[in-house]
Design a protein around this ligand. Structure first.
Ligand code: NAD
Length: 265
C-alpha cells in the first residue's frame, strides 16, 4: 500500500488535468450510510421510495418518510460533518492539482469542506425545488413546515407548486449542465481519482469508462473499501481501504513532495 500511495503521489504531481469522481462511500465516515454496503440505506428502505413515479403518486408520503429517516438519524445529511477525505480533496484543489470534482453525493459535504469546482451530478438534498417554477428553498425550512403541521404536502411559497428534494430520483434525468461539464472534464482528464463508489449507477459509472476509452486514456486510481463493479475494466491502481485514511496519507505525502506544510483543513 505504501508503495502504491507513493506512486499515486507521483502521478498526481505530474497530472495536468486531475478529476475526482466520488460516491456515497466517501461520506460513510461522516455518519451517512451508503446504499449498498451491509447496513446501508437499502437494507432499511425500499429503493422504490426514491423513484420519481412513486414520489409523484404521493409526495406527502415521501416527505414524511424522509423526515422520519432524518429524525431517527438513519439519513440525516444536515447534521453530518465533512471528514478527512473531503478535506483532502479540497486541499488537492487548492494545490491546483485537482481541476474538477464530480460527486454523485447529495450531502453538500464537499462544498462544506471547501471544494469549489464541484459538479453535483445527482443534485443536492439540502435544497428543495419547486417542480413548477424551479424556485429553490433550503430543505430544513420545508421540513420545519412539515413538522409544525402547517403542511402535509410541502408547496412552493411563490407559486404553490409541489416541492421535491433537489436531487435526482430513480427515473429522472441527470441535470443537463452537470452532464455536459462531466463530459467535457472526462475528455480533458488525464488522471481520475474514483473514491467511495460501487460504480453500479449509470451514467455516473460511464465516466471512468469514458476516460479509459479516449486517446490517450487517463490513469484511473480507485480508492474503495470494496473494489468497484468496474475495477478490472477501468482501474490502473486500486487502493482498498477507508477513504479518510488513504486520502489523509496521500495528501500528507503529496504536501511533503511539493513542499507545502499546512494543516489539512
Ligand atoms: P454505493 O452505496 O453503491 O457504493 C458505495 C461504495 O463505497 C462501495 O464500493 C463501498 O465499498 C465504498 N465505501 C463505503 N464506505 C467507504 C469508506 N469509508 N471508504 C472507502 N470506500 C467506502 O454508492 P454510490 O456508488 O455512490 O451510488 C449510490 C448512489 O447513492 C449515488 O447516486 C448517490 O447519489 C447516492 N447516495 C448518496 C449519499 C450521500 O450523498 N452521502 C448517501 C447514499 C447514497
Amino acid at each position: 500500500m505504501q508503495e502504491q500511495i507513493d506512486n499515486v503521489v507521483e502521478i498526481l504531481v505530474k497530472a495536468k488535468n486531475a478529476v475526482a469522481l466520488t460516491g456515497a462511500g466517501i461520506s460513510t465516515e461522516s455518519g451517512i450510510p451508503d446504499f449498498r454496503s451491509p447496513g446501508g440505506l437499502w437494507s432499511k428502505v425500499d429503493p422504490g421510495e426514491f423513484s420519481i413515479d412513486r414520489f409523484l403518486q404521493n409526495p406527502g408520503r415521501f416527505w414524511r418518510l424522509n423526515l422520519s429517516l432524518k429524525q431517527s438519524g438513519e439519513f440525516d445529511l444536515a447534521s453530518a460533518e465533512p471528514n478527512l477525505a473531503h478535506f483532502a480533496l479540497a486541499k488537492l484543489e487548492r494545490l491546483d492539482i485537482l481541476k474538477c470534482l464530480i460527486t454523485q453525493n447529495v450531502d453538500n459535504l464537499h462544498q462544506r469542506a471547501g471544494s469549489v469546482e464541484v459538479v453535483e451530478f445527482h443534485g443536492n438534498f439540502l435544497r428543495a425545488v419547486c417542480m413548477k417554477c424551479k424556485t429553490l428553498e433550503p430543505i430544513n425550512e420545508v421540513e420545519e413546515r412539515l413538522m409544525s403541521g402547517q403542511e402535509d404536502t410541502p408547496r412552493c411559497l411563490k407559486c404553490g407548486g409541489i416541492l421535491k428534494p433537489d436531487a435526482i430520483f430513480f427515473g429522472e434525468a441527470i441535470p443537463a449542465r452537470a452532464l455536459m461539464i462531466s463530459q467535457i472534464q472526462s475528455q480533458k482528464c488525464d488522471t481520475l481519482l474514483v473514491i467511495g463508489t460501487s460504480l453500479q449507477v449509470f451514467p455516473a459509472a460511464q465516466i471512468p469508462i469514458a476516460v479509459k476509452v479516449k486517446t490517450p486514456p487517463a490513469t484511473v486510481i480507485e480508492i474503495n473499501r470494496e473494489p468497484s463493479a468496474l475495477h478490472k475494466q477501468v482501474s490502473d491502481i486500486l487502493l482498498v481501504g477507508t477513504a479518510s485514511e488513504i486520502m489523509a496519507e496521500l495528501i500528507e505525502k503529496l504536501e511533503k513532495r511539493v513542499g507545502v506544510t499546512s494543516a489539512l483543513n
